[in-house]
Design a protein around this ligand. Sequence first.
Ligand SMILES: Cc1ncc(COP(=O)(O)O)c(C=O)c1O
Length: 381
Amino acid sequence: MSSSVKPSASGRIFNFSAGPGVLPEEVIRQAQEDIWNIGGSGIGIMEHSHRGKLFDKVLAEAEEACRQVGNIPANYKVLFLTGGATSQNFMVPANLLPDNAAAAFLTTGHWAEKTWDEIKIFPTASYEAWDGRASKHTYCPSDSEIVYQDKPVYVHMCSNNTIYGTQWRTSDGAMRYPKVPEGSALVCDASSDIYSRPMDVTKFGMIYAGAQKNIGIAGTTLAIIREDLLKPVRTLPTMLRYEVHAKDQSRHNTPPAFAIYLSGLVFKWIKAQGGLAAMHQKNLDKAKLIYDVLDASKFYQGHARKDSRSLMNITFRVNPSVAKAEELDELFVKEALKQGMDQLKGHRSTGGVRASTYNAMPVAGCKALADFMREFEKKHG
Ligand SMILES: Cc1ncc(COP(=O)(O)O)c(C=O)c1O
């Protein structure tokens, strides 16, 4: 990081990283204390036995707060897994999809493409019920654009497309649920928007999310799974079986104890902020600050179609019709860093700029970025 970056009074700058992402200040401060000595035990959280009483409490509280925040019904298990969201690309079909049966895929972005690619290692009749590649993943499809063939065992979706900056949403930014054939389970990769807005868990067979964007740090993956889906359809290695993790309450082996602890703090923080409805309103307000600049400008061009704009990852570039647009994109990122805003470079597959505005990004960060965008346009437009 350049030494010319303007630090805030706290010594930190605005972190627009797509993940691992910004954490709430209160959470980091609490973790600082607990790393040294948690709960007066004289031992830090990272050094406690995962079978000891202290960690029993940490785990129970993390699950409880997760359930309260997400309004998770009793017939769903809450699991803290490892291997990242990427491991769910094989764990889900390994557990849920019998040989030669079909799952349907709604391919709305880079990560959904990866999920679809991985299914090919199984003997399968799976298919894409939506393929957004031709439209450069600029939007999430309406129900009339989704085409189911054979009835799928499950339908896989990705609620927020981190790289393209699109999200399944209604006009007021609420979760939009795709149509699903009667009796098929909906499985959702919610890695980049979990707990950023209310979500009706009962619409899903399973929701999973790598924790490192909205609910903690890399190392654990939250899985919320309906009980009837726990039993695997085939013989599987122990660690691949959801039923094992459910029976052993995410402690079949040594779990990522610190990552689970940290997610617990984040769930409690979300509760203290007023829960998911309040989180959603804050995220709407933050995203509006930036989208308003895009809408008032011919200098910038957003990637996402307006009806699919993500509240979590805002993707744009300098309009390619502007001279030296790509150089200006790079300059934008460099100059923003000098103003105390980091990690704004778009993903290598899309280029341009990406501002990730996860739950813990303060309103002031989005305001600073919006002001900077206007200044940059004035100077270079
Ligand atoms: C939507 C989505 N799914 C999956 C992944 C991969 O997650 P992990 O690195 O935890 O495997 C990411 C990472 O950015 C993501 O944004």
